[in-house]
Write a protein that binds this ligand. Sequence first.
Ligand SMILES: C[S@@+](CC[C@H](N)C(=O)[O-])C[C@H]1O[C@@H](n2cnc3c(N)ncnc32)[C@H](O)[C@@H]1O
Length: 185
Amino acid sequence: MSDRCNRVCPVERAGSLDNRIRRWFQNPQKILGPYIKEGMTVLEVGCGPGFFSVAMALMAGKSGQVIACDLQEGMLQKVREKIDGTELEARIKLHKCEEGKIGVSDHVDFVLLFYVVHEIQNKEGLFDEIRSILKPNGQVLIVEPPFHVSKSAFEETIKKAREVGLIDTDGPNMLFHKTVILEKG
Ligand SMILES: C[S@@+](CC[C@H](N)C(=O)[O-])C[C@H]1O[C@@H](n2cnc3c(N)ncnc32)[C@H](O)[C@@H]1O
């Protein structure tokens, strides 16, 4: 993949990741509803401005917890501004990752990697770390964008997940997107 595809999405583009138009095309409830149940602990790696993290906190309910992590403090700040003073403040834990290390020790039921895996250089390290914190019946959903990520690059990603012992099955059907569900072997 080219450098252009691997570049980290800048904070200035946060507006394009959280708006009404996106909600029409990518309704979080429709995409994630089959995977997230009340009371779950959910991790989003590369949460950006929190389009999915906020929705997942509503789905996981009062007894659930979302760990929203991102490499960029500016993205976490966008999430903070949305939840400050609301009941979601207690349900969403913001965490700043480092390149090559998520650094979360909580055991999680579900991990969301939406439009982020192509931005991460060390994919083996990412999957290894996720496997170590995934609960026995936990699931990981990867969604990659239609044109930005080629079929072969996506297959390469799945191969790296298999190498650390994750098992892949079909992800949700999303027009032109590449999706996969990973589980512990
Ligand atoms: C294209 S945005 C997608 C944001 C969000 N998942 C969404 O769909 O709205 C990718 C996000 O991943 C973050 N990111 C890139 N590399 C990362 C890494 N190694 N660890 C954590 N976050 C990362 C970027 O800072 C950016 O906020």
